[in-house]
Design a protein around this ligand. Structure first.
Ligand SMILES: [Zn+2]
Length: 96
């Protein structure tokens, strides 16, 4: 058990020394990684399934165009199908 602790301590010291030696490179890598993350967040494409916007009542997605609309504004058809507008309801009705 004691050997394990000593080995762990040696590994920790070696890792610390390595980090200290390459601290500039490590910092550069972190900066690089951060800038990549920023770029990814900035140029994130609008997903196919839009996320429901927050701080509104319960939201349902339109069965045709997938737009999220508040439940009270949605047009219901049967038990499961909901539409954002009569336009979408008519389009999906004529499409079938
Ligand atoms: Zn719709």
């Amino acid at each position: 058990m004691r050997e394990a602790i000593i080995i762990l301590a040696v590994i920790a010291i070696l890792a610390g020394l390595t980090l200290f030696k390459y601290r500039r490179q490590v910092r550069m890598m972190i900066e690089f990684w951060r800038s990549i993350r920023k770029l990814q967040q900035a140029s994130r494409p609008h997903g196919e399934m839009p996320e429901p916007p927050r701080n509104e009542g319960k939201l349902v997605s339109c069965a045709r165009c997938r737009t999220w609309v508040p439940e009270e504004r949605a047009i219901r058809l049967g038990k499961t199908a909901t539409y954002c507008s009569t336009d979408c309801l008519e389009k999906s009705a004529t499409a079938v």
